[in-house]
Design a protein around this ligand. Structure first.
Ligand code: AP5
Length: 197
């Protein structure tokens, strides 16, 4: 199964992806996590991405497409994968379609987590507080100012993917305002349906 979790920053993509990993035994491919790892390791990609990420903007299509193309060829992706935070632009959506087609694969479903904008910043600030309280590093982009830019980038560049995948008959929506377990149940129902058809 190859699926995309789509939604604005703080929508719950990572939370739900983790649950799907446990349930379906397929990996979560989070471009955000991969980029943060590159920043931490101070690789060439990390050096190029750092300032852009800290400002809440999107890293170039060229960089993220290359990261994902390399990742999906790894053995643990043979049974499928969950794309979390990728694609994020129409160019990335075209790139992933090409990547999969070149390998004789296709996407099964795109699940959009629909959340009120007003709830998002609260979730992000809460995550930052919790990380701090636990003595863990706080993401540089988890503050109200950078969040505004992340949301702007989402509307400018990522929200058009909703129409793109709707037109491709791949889009399913869940109520991302529901409690975490309820969101999981909605996703489970969609995946059960997808696997049946
Ligand atoms: P990335 O790491 O992908 O961040 P994001 O999309 O902004 O998403 P978040 O991780 O903040 O939120 P989420 O939707 O995963 O929610 P989560 O489950 O964590 O990207 C970071 C940066 O990397 C980008 O800004 C960009 O610079 C770069 N980047 C990454 N991918 C890129 C790409 N493809 N192209 C270009 N650049 C890219 O939940 C958030 C909080 O809410 C948690 O505390 C959680 O517990 C809570 N929560 C979750 N669900 C619920 C619920 N139902 N009710 C209440 N609280 C909930």
């Amino acid at each position: 199964m190859k699926l995309i979790l789509l939604g604005p920053p703080g929508a719950g993509k990572g939370t739900q992806a983790q649950r799907l990993v446990d349930k379906h035994g397929i990996p979560q491919l989070s471009t955000g996590d991969m980029l943060r790892a590159a920043v931490k390791a101070e690789t060439e990609v990390g050096k190029r991405a750092k300032a852009v990420m800290d400002a809440g903007e999107l890293v170039s299509d060229e960089i993220v497409n290359a990261i994902v193309a390399e990742r999906i060829d790894q053995d643990d992706c043979a049974k499928g994968f969950i794309l979390d935070g990728y694609p994020r632009t129409l160019a990335q959506a075209d790139a992933v379609a090409d990547m999969l087609a070149e390998r004789g694969l296709h996407l099964d479903v795109v699940i959009e987590l629909v959340v009120d904008d007003k709830a998002l910043v609260g979730r992000i600030l809460k995550r930052a507080e919790e990380a701090k309280a636990a003595g863990q590093p706080v993401r540089k982009d988890d503050n109200a100012e950078v969040f505004d830019e992340r949301l702007r980038e989402y509307y400018k560049k990522t929200a058009p993917l909703i129409g793109y995948y709707y037109a491709n008959d791949l889009l399913k929506q869940v109520d991302g305002m529901a409690a975490i377990d309820d969101v999981t149940a909605q996703i489970d129902a969609i995946l059960a349906d997808t696997l049946r058809n």
